[in-house]
Design a protein around this ligand. Structure first.
Ligand SMILES: [Zn+2]
Length: 211
């Protein structure tokens, strides 16, 4: 269940970083093994696009298909691992008050917004990812199918999928425990042309801390 943002921001350990990220802004840092990365949806229904890499070898990176296969579901939650191409566990989901995150919808881009909505030059997660990746010497070739926290992409029995409004409320959080040194790259989604942010992109809070 959602809680107040103040409650959601309480940690029982040492805070390394505590930041607010606005829509279309990025956060790209190495998350050391043993630390935790907490994402708080401050106003609710806000999608957070997420990529992650083995910090010591970024060619060994998040693998969406394997992560889903190991979890046995497309909807990751508490207890599931986030894995690389080489079978390394980057993170374990250790807390999730929302219960609905996306593994298949990918990120928005200027190009897909042009194709789907006929709107040129929109702010988008792909370009935001590239800014974060550039800080670590990475680029276009390093973008793979990504995770989306608090984004809701249901799949019906007939295979139909949709991008719809999220379940998250103000104060909902998902927390990842780093199982190895991991580069995490975040884009707070600025999408306004479909319901994933309830047509109103809002800030998120990221807390990196050591238990
Ligand atoms: Zn986006």
């Amino acid at each position: 269940m959602a809680q107040s943002v103040d409650q959601a921001a309480q940690v029982s350990g040492q805070v390394i970083e505590d930041v607010i990220i606005q829509p279309a802004q990025h956060w790209a840092k190495v998350v050391p093994q043993g630390t935790r990365l907490r994402f708080i949806d401050l106003e609710g229904q806000q999608a957070i696009d997420f990529l992650c890499y083995n910090a010591h070898d970024p060619s060994d990176r998040y693998n969406a298909a394997d992560t889903m296969k190991y979890a046995g579901t497309i909807f990751l939650t508490t207890g599931h691992g986030i894995y690389t191409d080489m079978g390394h566990k980057l993170f374990t989901v250790v807390e999730d008050t929302c219960g609905r995150h996306d593994t298949i919808g990918g990120c928005c881009s200027a190009e897909s917004n042009q194709l789907r909505y006929d709107t040129p030059s929109t702010p988008n997660c792909r370009d935001t990812f590239l800014k974060g990746l550039a800080e670590h010497g990475l680029g276009k070739k390093d973008i793979v199918a990504n995770l989306n926290f608090f984004m809701n992409v249901p799949v019906e029995q007939d295979g139909a999928m949709a991008l719809v409004e999220g379940y998250s409320q103000p104060g909902d959080l998902i927390e990842l425990q780093a199982e190895m040194d991991t580069l995490a790259v975040v884009s707070n989604c600025p999408q306004t042309r479909n319901p994933v942010n309830a047509f109103n992109p809002t800030p998120i809070r990221i807390i990196l801390w050591h238990p």
